[in-house]
Design a protein around this ligand. Sequence first.
Ligand SMILES: Nc1ncnc2c1ncn2[C@@H]1O[C@H](COP(=O)(O)OP(=O)(O)OP(=O)(O)O)[C@@H](O)[C@H]1O
Length: 288
Amino acid sequence: MSFAVEVEKLTYEFSNGSKPSLVDIDLQIPWSTRTLIVGANGAGKSTLLKVLSGKHLCRDGKILVNGVNPFSPAATVNGDDECLLTTYLGTEWCHMSVINRDIGVSELLESIGFAHFRDRGDLLCKILDVDLQWRMFRLSDGQKRRVQLVMGLLKPWKVLLLDEVTVDLDVIARSKLLQFLKWETQTRQCSVIYATHIFDGLADWPDQLLHLKAGRLVDLLDLHKNVQFTASNDSAGNDSAGNGTVTQTGDLVSITRVESLHPLAVAWLSQDPNELKQSSPTPQPNLR
Ligand SMILES: Nc1ncnc2c1ncn2[C@@H]1O[C@H](COP(=O)(O)OP(=O)(O)OP(=O)(O)O)[C@@H](O)[C@H]1O
């Protein structure tokens, strides 16, 4: 199969929506790659990930994941019962009720086939520092999220759709998780698509960057070809707060000083429509 994901002329509108949440999207995501989706609140990131996961039926446009329509009941990985076509880990998944129950972590993991995927499960527990002796109701939010991630990633997938599920993780756990996902894409044929507002530690993680703006795909950058980080400390290259700045010459985006995608996300989003900005002035605090 040539691409992990192929999308043509995809337009999607919720049945109760007043306008389409995704408009005329064309996209090809190669195998063994990591894609980051950048966009303002409401830009369509979650909707795109859910459509790709087969959660929403999309009548307009073509969507293929591993060559099959992810909404189709027959959307499985040909000849491989051990691998899921897609895994979507998003907000609703984060709120699964079982994580607050008085249940042991090993019992919880056994109930979803830990024994069958023992090597992968042990590796995930090690990476996410999960102790099988823990009891769920005694854990912190971040520890619960780590157990959930072990559960969500236990069964291998062809395409992983991550909808900002790392907010509760400490920096070490997040970094190890990102390294694990990178290793996965390098060692078996799979791809990861990750929507996030947190750009720390991501500079050398993605292969490509998508920018969604009001449901449209407005930028698609190949990180290896179109983005460079320059080491210059010269003040002309930085904003007043000393953060990196972004300049674009043709297809090449240069990010100065900081090796981070944060300045690029800020540059993109600062040009995006923001209904709040247009409708009312920012309220000023009353300091009297
Ligand atoms: N269940 C729904 N019913 C109707 N409209 C929806 C629904 N979910 C999302 N939308 C609309 O679709 C558009 C895209 O929403 P989406 O959740 O995909 O944005 P997002 O980029 O993931 O935003 P955020 O960064 O806030 O998570 C928004 O205009 C939103 O109001």
